[in-house]
Ligand binder design. Structure first.
Ligand code: ATP
Ligand code: MG
Length: 766
């Protein structure tokens, strides 16, 4: 036990060893919240206060859950399988798989990702002749998801006008369609579990009694439904129920745009009568300059719960700041600095490049690729979202649940089998008429359409039959072949990569079955044996004995169902190849909770970070500032920040001003690597920017306006590319004076910044 606790400071120790009561640990980044939470689980078990089965821990990503399990196994000589540690979605998936009958779901229900959800909504609009200009599919999707996240079914949503009534009607139709197909979207996973527990008293009481300790990391980013779910499962307001231990940092609340409600922290404190509010103020992650930057920045936000961070680590290196002329140059600079770090012995995996929006990664990736530096992108185009992989998954989905219309439509004519749009339209009409899935509607089709569709159904059935006794990896392999997918890509000119990705899936399946505790030869289709191996027996509302979802997933889901759920739920996590030492690229959002020795924060430009959308929303800039706070506090030893004068984004060249966040950082902690002579340039840009923003203008308009503003009769323009015999190529960044006295400030890249007298200097236009 001594071992477990001896590394903690007094506040951490107090938090870890709190009595079994509700508690809130409010603390800044890197103060050991996650460490405290993990250690508390170990301590509770080691001191015999709870069995592993009495623990429910919620993490923000699957990766974090895995890490927590690994740490716990290292701390305790126990089998961690009995513990419930996962994301809200993962935990709900597990509950629904076990209690699928009570939740009115088919045993092999499937999970719709956002892309599938959107295409389903598009089909729905079409089938009901809804004008998709008046009701854009995305709007309908947000409407549905938002209401689900508020815990509201269509019948409970209040509509105030015709448009809203229509949206409610679509929401209802959508839910009906999901039920028909046996699919659930992400928000539904949560809502369905919530309703299940709410309705089903024996089940609810069982879990309330079972989970003595519920621990939640990153509590500041829970949404209303998640909070309600926690209230329910922790038996809030009843005599039953375990203790809820929440850790969070209001300064790191960055998911408001997805419905997160930082107000849950205050609500929790009041509603759960939290007596134990512990603050941790010692930071163990970052060196002093980095922490000073974080503290000073976040002090600009109002409405904070208030806490400070200090470190014993010493100042360390100052934060390096670089101004690049373009995004290309920014990427080059990152590579130079990264090479230096690697040269000094840094592991590549300890170098992270963070950006505000995914679109920024392309240029950086390209530069890394050219430089031959291995890298991994988190949450880019995820493996399971690549087109060829999605096709293969669709075949597997049909094998597990043929009523999934999205899967059906994705591959019914892929590879091409002569099934045309008209045939599919007829099929959709038939399905609509009889209120059944497309697959089930095939027998109603006659003539040529009936024959070609019938052949497809036969294909699916025969592969399912053929693979009946096979293990998952083998089933995947047979499916890739029999579906014609491999063949299809073999005939394609650029198909080699795709084939490689497809073959990778057999490996993914092999790894999956071994990690999840399935026997190597366990038949992929095998129905769960769970009922036979039940944990504590529970009697459900109908007097039927049901089982506890105690058992590992392996006993409640067939390998195939489990693999498909994994593809939907875990696809977004880190894809780093095990053992490969690669640089880490990711958005700031997905860096939450992580730490690296060296961090680059890129694209610190007005309009990008803070993002332009934030100026339109109340509290938008404060949320961006929290995001910046998260970014800064990922770094242990070295922090780099950069911004560009121009950037190509979404096909447009943008002229940028540096981010306002620079003005909020302590000057003494920064080291500017590029000369700071651009004040006029910025003044000009700022004015142009403001003018055009007032007029609601575009980036192009800003550039144009900038040109007008800087025209001084010299015949030259700011932003123009020029060449000089001695200094090479450069860009005019500022013009001063007029007529014969005109001078230009030019950034020559390699030769650096020069101020030249235009009446003397020989410049060439490029
Ligand atoms: P974030 O807000 O970013 O999620 P956090 O508060 O969860 O951060 P942790 O990730 O738990 O912080 O801890 C940050 C780092 O400090 C980790 O590397 C952790 O191992 C280390 N650490 C935490 N507490 C101590 C301690 N008492 N002694 C030494 N190192 C510690
Ligand atoms: Mg943490």
């Amino acid at each position: 036990m001594q071992n477990l606790l001896h590394n903690l400071n007094p506040e951490q120790l107090a938090a870890v060893t709190l009595p079994p009561q509700n508690a809130l640990i409010l603390a800044g980044a890197g103060s050991g919240k996650t460490r405290v939470l993990t250690t508390r689980i170990a301590w509770l078990i080691q001191t015999g206060q709870v069995s592993p089965a009495g623990i429910l821990a919620v993490t923000f990503t699957n990766k974090a859950a895995k890490e927590m399990l690994t740490r716990l196994s290292a701390m305790l000589p126990i089998n961690t399988r009995g513990m419930w540690i996962g994301t809200f979605h993962g935990l709900c998936n597990r509950l629904l798989r076990t209690h699928y009958r009570d939740a009115a779901l088919p045993q092999s229900f499937q999970i719709l990702d956002t892309q599938d959800q959107l295409s389903m909504i598009k089909r729905l609009l079409k089938a009901h002749n809804v004008d998709d200009e008046k009701y854009p599919p995305k709007t309908v999707m947000y409407f549905i998801n938002n209401n689900k996240e508020q815990g509201l079914r269509a019948s409970k949503v209040e509509a105030y006008d015709a448009t809203e009534r229509k949206l409610v009607e679509l929401y209802d139709l959508y839910d009906e369609q999901c039920q028909r197909e046996g699919v659930v979207d992400f928000a539904e996973l949560l809502l369905r579990t919530y309703e299940l527990l709410l309705r089903n008293q024996p089940l609810r009481e069982h879990y309330q009694q079972r989970f003595r300790h519920i621990l939640v990391d990153e509590f500041q980013d829970t949404n209303n439904l998640q909070y309600a779910w926690l209230k329910l499962i922790s038996g809030h307001g009843t005599q039953r129920g375990g203790a809820l231990f929440a850790v969070g940092d209001d300064d790191q609340s960055i998911y408001a745009f997805r419905g997160a409600n930082v107000g849950n922290m205050a609500a929790f404190e009041a509603e759960f009568q939290v007596k134990n509010l512990i603050k941790l103020e010692q930071n163990y992650r970052s060196h002093g300059h980095i922490l000073d930057a974080a503290n000073m920045l976040i002090a600009n936000n109002s409405r904070r719960l208030g806490k400070n961070l200090r470190t014993d680590a010493g100042h360390g290196e100052p934060v390096r700041v670089y101004e690049a002329t373009s995004d290309l140059q920014e990427a080059q600079w990152i590579i130079e600095e990264a090479k230096n770090l690697i040269g000094e012995g840094a592991r590549r995996s300890e170098i992270a490049v963070l950006y505000r929006s995914n679109a920024q990664s392309r240029v950086i990736e390209h530069a890394l690729f050219s430089a031959g530096i291995p890298y991994t992108v988190y949450g880019g185009l995820r493996y399971f979202q690549r087109a060829e992989v999605k096709h293969a998954i669709a075949y597997l989905q049909l094998m597990d649940n043929p009523h999934n219309d999205s899967a059906f439509l994705r591959v019914v004519n892929f590879p091409a089998r002569g099934i045309g749009a008209r045939t599919l339209e007829q099929l959709q009409n038939a399905a609509e008429t009889y209120g059944i899935s497309l697959y089930a509607a095939v027998p109603y089709m006659v003539g040529k359409a009936g024959t070609s569709l019938g052949a497809f159904v036969k294909l699916v059935e025969s592969v399912r039959f053929e693979t009946q006794q096979m293990a998952l990896p083998e089933l995947v392999r047979i499916t890739l072949e029999s579906s014609g997918l491999l063949q299809h890509y073999q005939n394609e000119k650029e198909g080699a990569d795709r084939i490689e990705n497809l073959e990778q899936m057999v490996n993914a399946a092999t790894q999956f079955v071994s990690e999840e505790g399935y026997g190597p030869g366990a038949p992929a289709h095998l129905g769960p044996q769970a009922d036979a191996q039940a944990g504590a027996a529970i009697i459900n509302a109908d007097g039927v004995e049901i089982m506890d979802a105690d058992a590992p997933l392996a006993t409640v889901m067939s390998p195939l169902s489990a693999f498909l759920a994994h593809a939907s739920l875990e696809a977004g996590d880190n894809q780093a190849q095990a053992g490969q030492d690669a640089m880490q690229l990711m958005t700031v959002h997905s860096a939450k909770g992580l730490e690296f020795d060296n961090v680059f924060i890129t694209g610190l430009e007005e309009g990008l970070f803070p993002h332009e959308s934030s100026s339109k929303e109340e509290g938008g800039v404060e949320e961006e500032r929290r995001l910046m706070y998260v970014a800064i506090t990922r770094a242990r030893k070295r922090l780099y920040m950069c911004f560009c004068q121009t950037r190509m984004l979404h096909g447009q060249t943008r002229y940028n001003m540096k981010s306002r966040f620079f003005d909020e950082l302590p000057e003494e902690s920064l080291k500017w690597l590029s000369p700071r002579v651009q004040s006029h340039w910025f003044a000009n840009k700022k004015a142009a920017w403001e003018d055009v923003q007032l007029a609601g203008g575009t980036d192009n308009a800003i550039a144009q306006r900038l040109t007008q503003k800087s025209g001084n009769g010299s015949g030259w323009r700011i932003g123009e590319s020029v060449a000089h015999a001695k200094f090479g190529e450069g860009v005019i960044v500022n013009l001063e004076g007029s007529g014969a006295n005109c001078r230009a400030q030019i950034n020559f890249g390699t030769a650096g910044m020069k101020v030249l007298d235009l009446s003397v200097a020989k410049l060439e236009r490029l």
